[in-house]
Design a protein around this ligand. Structure first.
Ligand SMILES: [Zn+2]
Length: 205
């Protein structure tokens, strides 16, 4: 029902999560989940550079352990990283203890106070503990770039309704790359022309 955009009333129902950044400035927060990937992440970084854009990458610990050089390039270029568990676990199907251990394991590779639950699925018992240590970052705008038969026009139409402080989700993954190659340059161009800049999500707890 609320495929692309999270309505305000749902955001207000779950106040312990960050759905958007409260600001009146023309700034957007692009986030990239599930990387790093040795080719796709570098493609993303190159696109961002063309617009002097900074972004936040919610990395899967296992991928950081496989591609540490790619992870380092993200940080070296002034972007920030967040924890997305080590094995991309779905909280609803995972015991609290396993979920915490897996997040801790990822934290050995990803130094960050930002956390995003994979699939946005997390039990209240899990978020209650994790929010002691992390800022829990959700999103206001989901591009759905991972969908095989995505209606690109519909996605772009919804994304273009974003305003100051909106948080977008993209994926630097093989599944999403086909759509990402269209969505990302288009949205960077569109919002740049409107005078927006793109920044990392504030990291302070
Ligand atoms: Zn994910």
């Amino acid at each position: 029902m609320f495929k692309y955009r999270i309505p305000l009333f749902l955001q207000l129902l779950a106040p312990s999560y960050t759905w958007k950044v409260h600001t009146n400035d023309k700034v957007l927060y692009f986030t990239f989940d599930d990387g790093p990937h040795p080719e796709i992440t570098l493609w993303v970084l190159n696109e961002l550079k063309k617009f002097n854009a900074k972004a936040t990458f919610f990395c899967v610990g296992e991928n950081v352990s496989k591609f540490p050089e790619t992870y380092q390039v993200i940080l070296n270029q002034g972007h920030s990283a967040g924890n997305h568990t080590f094995n991309h676990l779905k909280g609803w199907n995972t015991s609290d203890n396993d979920y915490f251990l897996n997040t801790e394991k990822a934290a050995q590779f990803i130094k960050s106070s930002l956390f995003r639950p994979p699939y946005g699925r997390i039990k209240p018992s899990q978020s209650k503990v994790l929010k002691e240590k992390y800022k829990l970052i959700m999103w206001s705008h989901l591009t759905c770039d991972y969908e095989k038969n995505l209606n690109i026009k519909a996605s772009l139409h919804q994304m273009k309704k974003a305003g100051p402080g909106s948080i977008f989700v993209f994926h630097d993954s093989e599944k999403a790359f086909h759509n990402l190659q269209i969505l990302l340059p288009e949205l960077l161009t569109y919002f740049s022309k409107l005078g927006f800049r793109f920044d990392v999500i504030p990291n302070e707890k």
